[in-house]
Design a protein around this ligand. Structure first.
Ligand code: GLU
Length: 434
């Protein structure tokens, strides 16, 4: 128990250490950094849910508002057995940095429920989702804190939560949550936005490194929403996707996989299998089974961690062969692994930039809901591309200028924006007239 508490505290404590590393390169008041080291508020709730067999189960949930200086707090809700107070705080902190990193007018928030949603029936899941919203309804809102999907939550769940919030407030309020079904006010292009944002970053690397996609071998850890979308886009451009995995393990093939077939199979059977499909007929293709740990150490050029936190640590960072790693997951790399990867010249495109496509299109969705005016898919994708491209290149230049790694550069970039906003409200220096 003690170890568990200590480990939990570590996720948040190690996340905020990155502030000190970046602060050395930014002109920022120390008190601004101190403020960012603590979340603004953290709500813990109990959610009683009537199960299908008539029994009552009480789930624990959280919603954390890390900072809202630049705009309403923004960030997903995770349904996962490993959700903890510290994890939610770390994820909310990353959201503050992420929104600042890509310059969208939001602060950072995050929520979660300790649950394995795979064990619930659809109706139990709906009761839990509505129950969560009932408990946090006074804490969230279009002007205060705007949730969205995260690990093991999806558009349907967002739709239930929006409906529940609207009922509680007796007013249809689509802007309270993003990532909703299109029919309920969702935005076109939100579904694959996280993967697409990372894809736009990879296209910039392709230009800078003069990559020929056909000779680039890619491994994807995690084959959920983000992992599937990025793999599909890269595969369509000719990249060789040689390994993919899900929570149960992975598959690997030197010839590369037909990604649309893998996606079809995974989404229909919930199983990750090496298949090639023509129409509705799928046949097995040769592949090797690998573990999630082995996937990270494969001989590939591009590694895409798209699962959970803390996958790359001091013990495996030295074994990574990829020259580029693009973090689609939040916090996949432990802080001790960063210098090892830098030493080995691995270019790491950090989470707060690489997976910011999701929240960027969430911002578009929120703006469309408030305007009551909806955009075409082309418009959404073009606006996303422009933001990702501009912010990627701005961060790349900071990295070269101050001779650091791309993660520190991304935090420098984000802290510049957060610092300006916080300092505009006044600091000790401001009040002492210096
Ligand atoms: N859960 C996603 C993230 O971690 C999306 C958040 C959002 O759209 O607000 O970035």
């Amino acid at each position: 128990m003690v170890t568990q508490v200590r480990q939990e505290a570590n996720v948040f404590q190690s996340a905020i250490q990155r502030l000190d590393l970046a602060a050395k390169h930014v002109d920022i008041a120390p008190e601004t950094i101190d403020r960012l080291k603590r979340p603004k508020s953290l709500l813990e709730v109990s959610i009683p849910v009537r199960m299908d067999d008539g029994t009552l189960r009480v789930f624990t949930g959280y919603r954390c508002r890390h900072d809202d200086t630049r705009g309403p707090a923004k960030g997903g809700i995770r349904f996962h057995p490993d959700v903890s107070r510290a994890e939610v705080q770390a994820l909310a902190f990353w959201m503050t940095c992420k929104c600042a990193c890509v310059g969208i007018p939001f602060g950072g928030g995050k929520g979660g429920v300790i649950v394995n949603p795979k064990e619930l029936s659809r109706l139990e899941l709906e009761r839990l989702s509505r129950g969560y919203m009932q408990q946090v309804a006074d804490f969230v809102g279009p002007e205060t804190d705007v949730p969205a999907p995260d690990v093991y939550t999806n558009a349907t769940i967002m739709g239930w939560m929006m409906d529940e919030y609207s009922k509680i407030n007796r007013k249809r309020t689509p802007g309270v949550i993003t990532g909703k079904p299109i029919a309920l006010g969702g935005s076109l292009g939100r579904d694959d936005a996280t993967g697409r944002g990372a894809y736009y970053c990879i296209k910039e690397i392709e230009k800078r490194r003069k990559w020929n996609p056909k000779s680039i071998r890619v491994a994807v850890q995690g084959f959920g929403n983000a992992g599937q979308s990025v793999a599909k886009l890269l595969h369509a451009d000719g990249y060789k996707i040689v390994a993919v995995s899900d929570s149960r393990g992975g598959i690997c093939s030197d010839d590369g996989f037909d990604v649309p077939s893998l996606i079809k199979q995974k989404n229909e059977s919930r199983k990750l299998q090496a298949v090639y499909c023509q129409g509705s007929v799928c046949e097995l293709v040769p592949a090797r089974s690998i573990t999630n740990e082995e996937l990270l150490e494969l001989e590939v050029d591009l590694l895409l961690p798209a699962a959970l936190e803390n996958q790359i640590s001091a013990s495996n960072a030295g074994k990574i062969k990829a020259s580029v790693m693009v973090e689609l997951a939040n916090g996949p790399t432990r802080i001790e692994a960063d210098p090892i990867l830098a030493e080995r010249n691995v270019l790491v495109v950090p989470d707060i930039l690489a997976n910011a496509g999701g929240v960027t299109v969430s911002y578009f969705e929120w703006a469309q809901n408030r305007a009551g005016y909806y955009w075409s898919l082309e418009e959404v994708q073009e606006k996303l591309r422009k933001i990702m491209q501009a912010e990627f290149n701005a961060i790349y230049e900071i990295m070269e200028q101050i001779k650091t790694d791309m993660r520190t550069a991304a935090y420098v970039h984000a802290l510049g924006r957060i610092g300006t906003a916080l300092e505009t409200q006044g600091t000790a220096e401001y009040f002492s007239g210096s």
